[in-house]
Design a protein around this ligand. Sequence first.
Ligand code: NAP
Length: 267
Amino acid sequence: MNASTRAPSPPAAAGPRTVLVTGGSRGIGAAAARGAARAGWDVAVNFTRDATAAEAVCADVRAAGRRAVALQADVGDEAQVLAMFARLDAEVAAARLAPLAGLVNNAGIVDLPARVDEMSAARIERMFRINVFGSMWCAREAIRRMSTKHGGAGGSIVNIGSAASRIGSPGQYVDYAASKGAIDVFTLGLGREVATEGVRVNAVRPGIIDTDIHASGGIPDRARQMAPAVPMQRAGSADEVAGAIVWLLSDEASYTTGSVVDVTGGR
Ligand code: NAP
């Protein structure tokens, strides 16, 4: 091997590893948790409301031969994020999970369709608190555990953005699109900031994916309605997004950082 092609920083540690998936109880997060387990990761499944759904994902992880723990926390509350990572540390110390080497910042919300001139301060604050601040707090805690600067063994962070950051979502949820624009820039900056510390940071930007999120945005049928606007003429599945997430987590993506992967059917 030529010296210039040798890895300049250590790859993520060999052996069992844990990935924390925020919002892992449903949709894209649940698919990522199951896909990561099939790829050999232990999984910490974060959720807010639905413990039964999170436990069902944990059962699937265990059926794939890996360990799993469900961790309840609202990622939009810094104190709850800190408590979640403390609980994760305790699970690792007790050998109920492998060391943390991955984070999927997936938890995210939309809101009902509205123009910006109709939006309350509370709505905009909640949007950014969960979608942006939550991702930044979780990434900070993961870096403190995974970066070689902090004595860690390296790792990979995958932020879930949205094609909305390219489209802007006028008349629907510009606040959401703006929050996902912040995720794009956070990914670029953090990826470059920790590039020599064994930690890669990338984003996946899904397009129209068939999950429950559209019902929470007041348009349960949105994935089907939007299909004609997609070059592939169909919505994507959570598993199709999970494929990109699991690849970015893996050592196969060892030279990829600060990047954004669109999973949009061409949109
Ligand atoms: P989803 O089906 O609505 O699932 C959301 C998940 O996030 C649930 O597991 C939920 O847990 C959790 N969650 C919500 N608020 C949370 C909070 N404050 N703290 C912790 N967990 C929280 O959503 P999805 O469609 O899979 O979306 C996942 C990500 O992909 C989001 O970031 C979203 O913006 C992004 N995305 C989705 C699409 C799409 O078309 N579906 C497109 C582009 C981007 P509980 O059920 O326990 O509350």
